[in-house]
Design a protein around this ligand. Structure first.
Ligand SMILES: Cc1cc2nc3c(=O)[nH]c(=O)nc-3n(C[C@H](O)[C@H](O)[C@H](O)COP(=O)(O)OP(=O)(O)OC[C@H]3O[C@@H](n4cnc5c(N)ncnc54)[C@H](O)[C@@H]3O)c2cc1C
Length: 440
């Protein structure tokens, strides 16, 4: 275990790097007594739904238990793609071909929606489409990645380049990976700036945004009106939409039983010399790998430093403990980063589902859109928008993620007791695979 004092830079903070530019916001004004549509959760999903509803003249209120943007949306890696998680994450294995086509179609639509929204509304989000590299953790993964690249190209039309190990330095100067694939069409944005821009858009369209108002219970509608108890009083609402993703709690037990919160951690390095940045990531791409416990890394949007994410161990740890562990993982891939310390280490919760697919729908009169499975910058924005269109009766067709079959597991009621076991197992398998590969 590395000595933390040699890794943490002076002024080290456990706030996300992204908050330096755009921190979450409090909105503690009084809650309205009634609203037409109440949105629970102020992430991309909730804000995107609210922006569209308000644009259509609906009286909509967004409430969050914490500050606006305190959830995953201002903590993520900011990587954006279309359908990659469904194919590479393996969700499509258990899905029939027709549904898979529809899911991929809507994933592609989510990416297009994000780009159009940012362009047309002139959102300050630092979106740059410079590609993503997927590195092969062991030699046999190179062929697997090539096959997955072919599938993605076929189903989503992306441009894929195969990068054999001999050419890897063109993408990144590391000997850790055994080649990989570059997908040109993927990109990255500044997640907290994007969130701030969505907050401003929703408010400018007329939505009411309120922080520090945890929803505690939603009473079944009577005469078409729900009574929603919050920590700051009761709100009467005709419709309620939950966009609570990895932060879903007992306010909706049906959803809590279906969402497994998984904590992901990231670090930011000190500013690096431009020559070193150019060596590590000359194309300023997003980079991830083929491990079960994968890492994800990218340059900051201004190109000044590296942001590196992953899981620091099987058990949840503090950010202070996570920082040296992630730093050590980063040095395994790029030893040339030794000597550069960590300025920020933070974490956030991703909402996993038992079928690895996000879900929107309605249960007992309450609407929901959640379950990003670690891939929600574009998708949760889109599912919020789709939920709004559905509530407005304006959808052209049913969204593929709107599926009444939302699996639960009888052994899970909201406490993810099995995560250390699964994580430890994945970590072990990744290690064994690598050791076996190194013996040839
Ligand atoms: C570390 C990390 C890295 C990630 N990297 C990427 C990436 O590179 N690319 C990508 O596409 N995705 C990534 N993700 C996932 C992405 O951030 C999420 O999918 C997305 O932000 C989810 O948005 P959301 O609006 O659904 O939920 P969130 O932004 O998590 O918002 C949910 C909100 O609900 C609120 N809430 C919960 N319960 C209640 C209640 N009872 N009452 C009131 N409010 C409540 C919470 O306080 C929270 O603010 C990452 C996530 C994490 C944590």
């Amino acid at each position: 275990m590395p000595d933390p004092s040699s890794v943490l830079a002076p002024g080290f903070t456990t706030n996300p790097y992204w908050w330096d530019a755009a921190p979450p916001e409090a909105a503690r004004e009084a809650l309205p007594e009634k609203t037409d549509i109440l949105v629970v959760g102020s992430g991309y999903c909730g804000l995107s739904a609210a922006a569209e509803l308000a644009r259509n003249g609906v009286d909509v209120t967004v409430v969050d238990a914490e500050e606006l943007g305190a959830g995953a949306s201002t903590r993520s890696g900011g990587m954006v793609s279309s359908g990659q998680k469904l194919v590479i994450g393996g969700a499509i294995k258990g899905v029939d071909a027709q549904r898979m086509e529809r899911l991929l179609e809507d994933s592609l639509a989510s990416y297009e929606h994000l780009k159009t929204l940012i362009r047309e509304q002139d959102l300050d989000a630092d979106l740059a489409v410079l590609g993503r590299y997927f590195g092969a953790h062991v030699p046999s993964h190179y062929d697997r990645l090539r096959r997955q690249g072919e599938l993605l190209a076929r189903h989503t039309g992306v441009t894929v380049h195969e990068i054999p190990k001999a050419r890897q330095y063109e993408v990144t100067k590391t000997d850790f990976y055994h080649g990989g694939i570059v997908i040109d069409d993927y990109g990255g944005l500044h997640p907290a700036k994007y969130h701030r821009a969505l907050r401003r858009l929703a408010a400018a369209n007329g939505a009411t945004l309120r922080s520090h108002a945890p929803v505690l219970k939603v009473h079944p509608a009577q005469d078409g009106v729900h009574l929603v108890e919050t920590g700051r009083g009761t709100i009467r609402a005709r419709e309620v939409l939950f966009g609570t993703n990895g932060y879903t709690d007992k306010a909706q037990p049906f959803l809590q039983r279906r969402i497994v919160p998984v904590r992901s951690y990231q670090i930011a390095t000190e500013p690096l010399p431009p020559e070193l940045m150019a060596e590590i990531n000359p194309g300023r791409r997003m980079i991830t790998d083929s491990k079960r416990e994968l890492i994800y890394t990218r340059p900051a949007p201004d190109g000044s430093r590296i942001l590196f994410g992953g899981r620091p161990g099987a058990f949840g740890v503090s950010e202070e403990e996570a920082a040296p562990r992630l730093h050590a993982q980063m040095l395994k891939v790029w030893p040339q980063l030794a000597g550069y310390r960590v300025t920020h280490c933070w974490s956030g919760k991703v909402g996993m589902t038992f079928d690895k697919i996000a879900h929107m729908g309605r249960h007992d009169g309450v609407n929901y859109a959640l379950g990003c499975n670690g891939n929600g910058v574009a998708l949760m924005t889109y599912l919020g928008h789709q939920s709004a269109l559905k509530l407005l009766g304006k959808q052209n067709r049913t969204c593929a993620f709107d599926d009444p079959a939302f699996p639960a597991n009888p052994l899970y009621t909201g406490n993810p007791w099995f995560l250390p076991i699964v994580s430890g197992w994945y970590h072990l398998l990744d290690g064994i695979e690598r050791r076996l590969a190194s013996r040839g």
